[in-house]
Design a protein around this ligand. Structure first.
Ligand code: AMP
Ligand code: ZN
Ligand code: FE
Ligand code: FE
Length: 291
């Protein structure tokens, strides 16, 4: 099993980077990537722990991009953590998170659900603070019964206390990841909220801008959707990737490697991504044929 989309306490996950790596080894994950939102701060700890226990680790990041009607997230694999242009961009994005968090809390207060920023910050272990931490603070106050209710009623796109934040255009996100030596991959295409034809057009345009892959395997994709995204990636000469978006217990309902039990990400997916990084071209077969 492999899993190329996970979160730690560096952003909005529940496990520390080292705990995440140990959990991955426990459930027999062979290749893992940590893709925290807007921060690289968990990568070193995860990488050291992975080396210590002998698990293959791929550096990752997840960046939100401007998009309507749905949500566009860009994954970046093999980014160089010392790239100053990227680290400065990420720091700017985290500033936008702080601004938005203030706006969300003001709105929640107007709606009769006051929260202090300190309560939210206390639930966040790392430097990238987001809506999942606000959702947890709302649960702790008894404002909502579940994490999902917090998003459905208040925090999700279009809900009562939803606020936008500073984001990059998809073009810029692709460029920043590329310049930092990384491979940009379109995360969970399902959440773009597009029909098949529009999606194909958007993916084709992103491919021409340097997109390297499509996250075809994802916990909330149906088998038909996964198959279509695999076809799309092939249509534009890109690799496919896959991951659970694991955040740890009590958050989204998805387990490492298997999601809701529906995922089965071929090992070759990780091998082709690695080949693309090392050789500039993905391997044709399962990775066993690497020269
Ligand atoms: P943020 O980084 O603050 O924009 O929050 C994004 C994270 O919130 C995602 O990675 C998910 O973990 C979570 N999230 C976003 N929308 C929803 C939703 N509708 N239901 C549950 N969780 C969500
Ligand atoms: Zn998240
Ligand atoms: Fe995402
Ligand atoms: Fe994610």
């Amino acid at each position: 099993m492999i899993d190329l989309h996970t979160h730690s306490t560096a952003s909005d996950g529940k496990l520390s980077p080292a705990e995440l790596v140990r959990h991955a080894a426990d459930v027999r994950i062979e290749v893992l990537s940590l893709t925290d939102h807007d921060t690289l701060s968990g990568l070193e700890e995860a990488s050291l722990e992975a080396t210590r226990i002998g698990l293959e680790f791929i550096r990752g990041i997840e960046i939100s991009a401007v998009f309507t009607p749905g949500t566009m997230h860009m994954l970046g694999y093999y980014i160089d953590p010392s790239d100053t242009d990227l680290t400065e961009t990420l720091s700017w994005l985290r500033g936008g998170r702080d601004d938005r968090n203030h706006l969300i809390l003001s709105r929640l207060s107007e709606l009769g659900y006051p929260l202090e920023l300190e309560e939210v910050a206390a639930l966040a272990g790392g430097e990238s603070v987001g809506r999942p931490h606000i959702a947890q603070a709302m649960m702790a106050r008894g404002y909502v019964a579940t994490f999902k209710e917090a998003f459905d009623r208040f925090l999700g796109k279009g809900a009562a206390a939803y606020m936008d934040r500073e984001k990059m255009t998809p073009e810029k996100a692709i460029e920043k990841i590329r310049r930092a030596g990384g491979l940009p991959v379109l995360a969970h295409p399902q959440t773009l909220g597009l029909g098949d034809e529009e999606l194909s057009d958007v993916v084709g345009r992103l491919a021409s801008l340097g997109l390297a892959g499509v996250e075809a395997h994802y916990y909330s994709h149906s088998d038909d959707e996964t198959a279509f995204y695999v076809t799309l990636a092939g249509r534009y000469g890109m690799v496919v990737t896959g991951g659970s978006d694991f955040h740890g217990p009590g958050m989204i309902d998805s387990r490492l490697g298997i999601g809701r039990g529906n995922m089965n990400i071929p090992r070759s997916v990780a091998d082709r991504l690695t080949d693309l990084h090392i050789n500039g071209v993905p391997s044709v077969d399962s990775g066993r044929n690497r020269e």
